[in-house]
Design a protein around this ligand. Structure first.
Ligand SMILES: NC(=O)c1ccc[n+]([C@@H]2O[C@H](COP(=O)([O-])OP(=O)(O)OC[C@H]3O[C@@H](n4cnc5c(N)ncnc54)[C@H](OP(=O)(O)O)[C@@H]3O)[C@@H](O)[C@H]2O)c1
Length: 234
């Protein structure tokens, strides 16, 4: 059965690869992008004219998210899968405490953590219409407090730890609606964010994650997991 899916940050990296793979599998994808003239998405739209619907969506702005709700409601009133993938990792993150620009951290927090919750809030009535809905928040090992060995990257790590907390609260709240909510560490990938030395190809990661998401149907399974489905320490 075809799924209807919304993916944020679909223009490149993991978001683009997830979009591409779901389209290959025959699903309908609403691809959230900040720039509707993005060449990756224009090219993909030519390949999948009926099942790819690009939607302008900046997760850091409530007005943009609400406009995306209006656009998508022209096509559907139901989403089976929402993937909150959009994120930023500013270079200023790599400064030590004495040099860190704390005001700059607000953007990262707004996109990486509040962005996901903002999108869930706006689309929850679409998600509740699905009989087996899933909300996937793309998190990171860097959001794990237990495993943290870093001495910098306050903004990124704190934003992902906060996203994990948001995921747990959503999972508690939406269990009664049979909505599965996960925070997933995708692994270190060769994307603009991960850099060219990273371990994983993002398309291979997308394929692996999509299989993993299909297997997650039980509310008693772990919520924070890695790309192999193993529980990750909060
Ligand atoms: N790469 C890794 O090794 C790694 C490791 C662990 C976790 N992750 C997580 O995996 C996810 C994907 O990462 P990636 O490596 O694919 O990143 P990426 O290549 O940098 O791509 C980030 C995507 O997010 C979008 N984005 C940024 N700000 C946005 C906003 N305000 N509203 C909407 N979209 C926005 C970008 O859109 P534009 O093209 O418009 O900028 C782009 O499509 C992220 O959540 C990241 O934190 C990545």
């Amino acid at each position: 059965m075809k799924n209807t899916i919304l993916i944020t940050g679909a223009s490149r990296g993991l978001g683009y690869c997830l979009t591409n793979k779901y389209l290959k599998d025959g699903d309908v994808v609403f691809a959230g992008v900040r720039d509707m003239t993005d060449p990756n998405i224009i090219k993909l739209k030519k390949e999948y004219p009926d099942t790819l619907i690009p939607v302008e969506l900046d997760v850091s702005e409530t007005n943009s998210v609400n406009r995306a709700v209006n656009s998508i409601s022209n096509y559907t009133d139901k989403l089976d899968i929402l993937i909150n993938n959009a994120a930023i990792h500013n270079s200023s993150s790599f400064e030590i405490l004495e040099k860190a620009d704390i005001d700059d951290c607000m953007d990262v927090y707004n996109v990486n953590c509040l962005g996901a919750i903002r999108v869930v809030k706006a689309f929850i009535h679409f998600i509740r219409k699905s009989i087996s809905a899933k909300i996937i928040n793309i998190s990171s090992e860097s959001g794990s407090i237990t495993e943290c060995k870093r001495e910098k990257e306050y903004d990124y790590c704190m934003s992902k730890a906060a996203l994990n907390m948001g995921t747990k609260i959503l999972a508690n709240y939406l269990k009664k609606d049979n909505i599965i909510v996960l925070a997933v560490h995708p692994g270190w990938m060769r994307t603009d964010m991960g850099g060219s030395n990273a371990r994983f190809d993002p398309y291979e990661t997308a394929c692996r994650l999509i299989e993993l998401f299909k297997d997650r149907n039980d509310h008693d399974q772990p919520i924070f997991i890695d790309y192999e489905g193993n529980e990750y320490p909060w």
